[in-house]
Design a protein around this ligand. Sequence first.
Ligand SMILES: [Zn+2]
Length: 262
Amino acid sequence: MAATPLEYVRVHRDRFLEELKALLRIPSISTLPEHKDDMEQAAQWLADHIRSIGISDVQVMPTAGHPIVYAEWLGAGPDAPTVLIYGHYDVQPVDPVEEWHTPPFEPTIRGDTLYARGASDDKGQLFVHLKAIEAYLHTQGRLPLNIKVLLEGEEECGSPNLAPFIQKHAQRLQADVALISDTHILEPDQPSIVYSLRGLSYIELTVQGPAHDLHSGMYGGAVDNPLHVLARLIAALHDATGRCGCARFLRRCAPAERRGTC
Ligand SMILES: [Zn+2]
C-alpha cells in the first residue's frame, strides 16, 4: 500500500502506461469528419476515466463542434487556491502514414520512448495531471488544492469553440491559476516551466493601388506601389532582434505611412 503520491505513482506505473495506451489507441483526429465518432469516444473515455480516479463531478459538454470534457473537485474549500488544468484530447492527422515506423494508433515502446500519435501532444501531458490527481486522492484522500479540468477536442483546428465556451461558463471556470501542459520538457529528468509562448494571428490584407498603370519615370517613388507597401508592412512585424513590432508599427508607423513620412 503506497503511503505517498510519489510511491503510488511508482507502484502503479505499469497500469498508468496501459491506460495511456488505451487513450492513444482512439484515433481522435479533430480535423477529419470521418473521425467524429472517435472524438466522442475519446471524450467519453476521459470522462469515465476521471470518474474512475475519484472525481465524480464530470461532464461531457457539447459545443458547436467537438465536446469539451469538464471536471471539478472543490473539496479543498473556498479558502484554498483553485487550479484550472487545460488539455486537449484531439490529435493531428497522421499523413504521410508510410513514414511511421509503427502504426500511429498502436502505441509502441522503443527504448524509453512511447510512440503514438498524440503521445506527446497532448494526451500524455494531460494524463500526467490526471494521474497526479489520482495519486493524491488515493493516498491522501484529498487534494491540496481545488481542481478544475478542461479538456477540449479542437486544439488542432484552432479551438473555434473554446472562447465561446469560456465566455458562457466564465463563472464556473474561475480559478487562481491556469495550468497548461501542452508543451515540452527539456529532458526526461529535467522538467520545464514554459511561459511567454507566442500566439498566431491570421490576417488577409488587400492593398489596392492605382486603377491603371502609372509610368515609372513620371510617378515612380511618388505613388506607392502596393507591393512596396506590403513589403514594408511585413518587414515591420518584427524588429531586427525578432521582437514583435506590429503593435509599434500600428501605433507609430502606420499614421506616418499615411502622411507619407514613414
Ligand atoms: Zn497540443
